[in-house]
Design a protein around this ligand. Structure first.
Ligand code: DC
Length: 219
């Protein structure tokens, strides 16, 4: 069973997906972490994230692996554990840019599907329901008001020690939304068979409860 969870930035995807996976005893596949890993390598190599050819070329000499230890996940780039470096603002911004490069998406596809093959996976990310796991039996598309999403993301950043003004978070988020929705490759759109959940006024617990009910009904 693969459960696919998509939706825009700051909607609470990761929190909800992690919790749902823990409840069900499933693996949590954070696909965004893989795009962030590529972005990390790009920045580390002093390549411009916008330089498609160079980014694509860099992939030839890059290895990205995800390891799972109970519920904890580690991301290795070229066999080095860079998990703690994936959520800086620089990596976040570069990940949004490199994720629009077709070669990057194609390169990450088999890595994601291989993890999916283990079964019992909650996969979270922009195109997991439409492209990576199109036949997943259960798909959710989370939505929330942009201001609510900016507030949530800002709280996360502050907690991680990267907090700036909330206006900056709002603008970053709007910019990413626009880029993610308008890009020709894998734009942010719900799969036709995805169940929408508006999380604006729901607690994390309420969202997970709705999902658990759908899982019970489907199995
Ligand atoms: O979910 P996140 O913020 O960790 O994702 C980082 C970036 O990667 C984000 O800009 C969207 C992109 N991404 C993507 O294009 N496809 C995915 N399946 C996951 C993330």
């Amino acid at each position: 069973m693969i459960i696919a969870i998509d939706g825009p930035a700051g909607v609470g995807k990761s929190t909800v997906a992690k919790l749902l996976a823990a409840r069900l005893g499933y693996l949590y596949l954070d696909t965004g972490a893989l795009y962030r890993a590529v972005a990390w390598k790009v920045l580390q190599s002093k390549v411009q994230p916008t330089d498609h050819a160079q980014v694509a070329g860099l992939l030839q000499t890059t290895s990205v692996q995800m390891q799972f230890h109970n519920s904890a996940m580690q991301v290795l780039v070229d066999h080095r554990d860079i998990t703690s470096e994936l959520r800086t603002p620089d990596v976040t911004s570069a990940a949004s840019i490199v994720s629009a490069i077709p070669e990057v998406r194609e390169w990450l596809l088999p890595i994601q599907r291989q993890i999916g093959q283990r079964g019992s996976v909650v996969a979270e990310g922009r195109d997991v329901g439409t492209k990576v796991f199109p036949t997943a039996p259960l798909k959710f598309f989370l939505e929330a008001d942009a201001t609510v999403r900016a507030e949530r993301r800002h709280r996360e950043l502050v907690a991680a020690g990267h907090g700036g003004p909330i206006e900056t978070t709002y603008q970053d988020l709007s910019g990413r939304d626009k880029r993610d929705q308008s890009r020709p490759i894998a734009p942010l759109t719900p799969a036709a068979d995805a169940r929408p959940i508006d999380t604006s006024t729901l607690t994390v617990e309420q969202v997970v409860e709705q999902m658990m009910a759908a899982v019970s009904a489907a199995s």
